[in-house]
Design a protein. Structure first.
Length: 121
């Protein structure tokens, strides 16, 4: 049985300037998974760097408020929103609330650095 606790997952800043803790990844645990699962934070007033993945991604907002940008569209998001991000879509999220914006990221197939393009701002 594998149980990963938040406090035991090392925090790091990703290439798009998001603060992450990776819970599950098939390359890092002996798991028969296609996807990766991470917890993300964006500080108040901050925006992640525009980027695109070769794979699909889902964000599930658990705390805070923001605006999600996917290609030429944008929409306000809040706790309880699930956001589908198609492969190759230019995406970023802005924290518009007074506290941290927290969300879960699911990438399928699992996230790999070589599958991500970060755009210059």
């Amino acid at each position: 049985m594998l149980i990963r606790r938040f406090k035991d997952c090392e925090e790091f800043t990703s290439g798009d300037n998001c603060i992450l803790r990776e819970f599950l990844h098939p390359d890092k645990q002996d798991l028969n998974l296609r996807y990766s699962l991470a917890h993300a934070r964006v500080l108040p007033g901050e925006t992640t760097t525009p980027h695109a993945l070769k794979t699909s991604e889902v964000y599930y907002i658990i705390e805070g408020k923001g605006i999600m940008y996917i290609d030429d569209e944008s929409q306000e998001v809040e706790p309880g929103c699930a956001i589908y991000i198609p492969p190759h879509a230019k995406q970023y999220i802005k924290n518009t609330g007074g506290g941290e914006l927290k969300f879960i990221c699911i990438v399928d197939p699992a996230w790999r650095k070589e599958d991500e393009e970060v755009f210059e701002v």
